[in-house]
Ligand binder design. Structure first.
Ligand code: MG
Length: 270
């Protein structure tokens, strides 16, 4: 009997160790904790939006200033606008990511759509103050997002609930159309507005060249446009997900998690 009890204890100890290991290797765990619990993440996004407010003043004063490579022609006297991405730029979806960790599930468009429907995403620190102050200066705030058209009204509800500026006369929420590349949508806005700043957590929120580009190409483009960062193009941190991660496995979203993890490990540099 004693032997059986001893074996049972050993078995339970091994089992509980294994469980802890697998929980600790969830690739989202540290990233989501950093975004939800660290003072540094909040300090970082506040720092970024404080800096964006300074550059907004410069951009307003300089009629030749435009942040969009899609902008050309006589744009100098067009009314000013700022383009922001939505997820992890103005809306904080870390609660959805936390649900994924706790349920042991991976992202699916269905579960994300259900999350969007709840319209309870929070605010990325600094975003609301920045948008409200910019709107007061006569700047139109556009939200160019890769959420689907089916999520547009849920997104509007969420933004409205949090107090983000929305316009009655024009549509300022532009969801994904036929492409996740935001260049076409920026070009449409650029016909009617001078684009002062582009703000997002994905480099493709600022320049189309990054969208679905290899990691090598993305790295080289960062250097080509080095003077844009922090002045015309504003990037927020997102260690949870994004094209930075997808580029590691060449945007092959269908790969099983185990394969993705293997590739990620192979990309570590010692
Ligand atoms: Mg985003």
């Amino acid at each position: 009997m004693k032997k059986i009890t001893f074996l049972l204890v050993v078995f339970l100890a091994l089992f509980s160790c294994q469980k802890t290991d697998s929980e600790e290797t969830n690739p989202l765990l540290n990233a989501v904790l950093y975004m939800q619990q660290s003072a540094e993440y909040k300090a970082l996004t506040l720092q970024i939006y404080n800096n964006a407010a300074i550059h907004l003043e410069r951009a307003l004063a300089d009629k030749n200033w435009t942040a969009a490579t899609e902008q050309n022609g006589d744009y100098q006297n067009l009314p000013p606008a700022v383009i922001l991405d939505v997820d992890e730029t103005v809306l904080d979806n870390s609660a959805y990511e936390a649900q994924l960790i706790n349920s042991g599930r991976s992202y699916t468009s269905e579960s994300f759509a259900a999350w969007c429907k709840e319209a309870r995403a929070g605010i990325v620190p600094g975003a609301l103050k920045f948008c409200t102050a910019a709107r007061k200066k006569g700047v139109t705030i556009f939200y160019v997002t890769n959420r689907g058209n089916a999520q547009k009204e849920d997104t509007r509800k969420n933004l409205r609930r949090l107090g983000f500026p929305l316009e009655k006369e024009i549509e300022t929420i532009l969801p994904r159309t036929d492409s996740s590349d935001k260049g076409k949508r920026r070009a449409e806005i650029a016909k009617r507005f001078r684009i002062l700043l582009l703000i997002g957590d994905n480099a493709g929120d600022c320049f189309s060249g990054f969208t679905h580009a290899s990691q090598v190409k993305r790295d080289s483009l960062v250097r080509v446009y080095q003077s844009h960062w922090g002045s015309k193009w504003i990037i927020l941190p997102n260690p949870s997900y994004g094209d930075w991660e997808s580029a590691l496995f060449d945007y092959n979203y269908k790969l099983p998690q185990s394969e993705k993890l293997k590739i990620k490990r192979s990309r570590l540099v010692e």
